[in-house]
Design a protein around this ligand. Structure first.
Ligand SMILES: Nc1nc2c(c(=O)[nH]1)N[C@H]1C(S)=C(S)[C@@H](COP(=O)(O)O)O[C@H]1N2
Ligand SMILES: [Mo]
Length: 355
């Protein structure tokens, strides 16, 4: 289903259930709990810590059942991880796919603590015919006419990647209910759909997973009958904290004449960020922003630009990131149009009045 130009009641309801990062929170290296975006497809399931057990099964030699205490007793790792919903930027498409109407705010960079998945899979012993590892949540619902648990898979090699975590803490505290209590997957560098929350089971499978969240949703399709390809890693993106002060309703920014330091964050799941550029004229001319050294492999990196707001008037501020693999951001959202509106990483545009 697609819509334009006004937002539908369904989109407004989804937006109220799924808050985004208030962009002023880009000032924090680690996104505070409560400002990190949330995306919950169905309902937050009622999963307690007592009696919780994670099943590791399917094409393995020795199936496992792990309690939370057993998971906590394993080696622990804490990683800042830049998470972004693949629906980022969808709200700017024409025609607009009807789903969570994200603009730029489906982002957050929390510090996740958990135990690496790889050694658990090795302990269970993946059989030779295992091609993917399927992750199933405790949440259930109906989408595309199909009743389902929320499920996504990873190819075996990605699941064995050392930085994939089974996380039980966010910023040092137990996972909040909306973020997957008591246990979730964290897949650094991938769009958020891979990081399955409220984990119930991990199943090695001998055939590629064909579920809705992989083959219909979170899948790049040019038309409804295009088989498409599953969405995987994050495309590069730079986002700025809008400078000055906002007008309540329009969100138009007001700044005083003179130098204005504009700052933001950038990331890519396809290579380290090598360059961030800034434009004050809607993307016609660009200048290099200053990049802070990357603090961690899977976090975001800070950038800033000293903009000389010398003359009064209206300006359209933009930022653009480029990664080490040469990927960058398109100027126009519709360049990335696909049925579900995924990974639309067109540049952000912030209207500012200097007065
Ligand atoms: N079980 C389950 N896991 C899930 C989801 C969900 O609805 N159910 N949403 C996914 C999507 S699409 C995203 S973008 C991230 C959002 O994680 P967050 O809410 O912690 O930011 O969780 C992913 N994991
Ligand atoms: Mo998402």
């Amino acid at each position: 289903m697609t819509a334009e130009p006004g937002f539908t009641r369904e989109e407004v309801r989804l937006a109220l259930r799924n808050p985004g990062l208030p962009l002023e929170a880009l000032r924090h290296d680690v996104t505070p709990i409560g400002t990190h975006y949330v995306l919950v497809h169905f309902d937050i399931p009622d999963v307690g810590a007592a009696g919780y057990e994670l099943a590791v099964d399917g094409r393995v030699r020795s199936p496992l059942a792990l309690t939370l205490d057993a998971l906590r007793a394993r080696p622990a790792v804490s990683l800042p991880v830049m998470m972004e919903c693949a629906g980022s930027g969808r709200a700017r498409l024409t025609p607009r796919p009807v789903s969570a109407p994200w603009h730029d705010e489906a982002i957050g960079c929390a510090e996740w603590t958990g135990t690496p998945l790889g050694p658990i899979l090795e302990e269970a012993g993946l059989l030779d015919d295992a091609v993917e590892v399927l992750f199933t949540g405790h949440d259930r619902g109906i989408d595309q006419g199909v009743e389902q648990e929320y499920q996504r898979s990873l190819p075996v090699a990605e699941a064995l990647n050392g930085d994939v975590l089974l996380a039980y803490a966010m910023n040092g505290a137990p996972l909040p209910p909306a973020h997957g209590f008591p246990l979730r997957l964290i897949v650094p560098g991938w769009y958020g759909m891979a990081s399955v929350k409220w984990l119930r089971s991990i199943t090695a499978v001998a055939e590629p997973f064909q579920g809705v969240q992989q083959t219909v949703l979170y899948n790049y399709r040019r038309s409804p009958d295009d088989p498409g390809t599953p969405v995987t890693r994050q495309r590069p993106r730079a986002v700025m904290a809008p400078p000055g002060i906002p007008e309540f309703l329009s969100r138009l920014r007001h700044v005083r004449p003179g130098p204005v330091t504009v700052h933001g964050r950038a990331w890519s799941g396809l290579g380290a960020i090598e360059r961030v550029e800034f434009s004050a004229d809607g993307g016609r001319t660009w200048a290099d922003a200053r990049l802070a050294p990357a603090a961690s492999e899977h976090g975001w990196c800070g950038w800033s630009y000293r903009w000389d707001a010398a003359s009064r008037g209206e300006f359209e501020l933009c930022a653009r990131a480029t990664d080490a693999a040469g990927n960058t951001q398109p100027l126009q959202p519709d360049d990335g149009w696909n049925v579900g509106g995924y990974a639309v990483n067109a540049i952000q545009r912030v209207s500012v009045r200097v007065d």
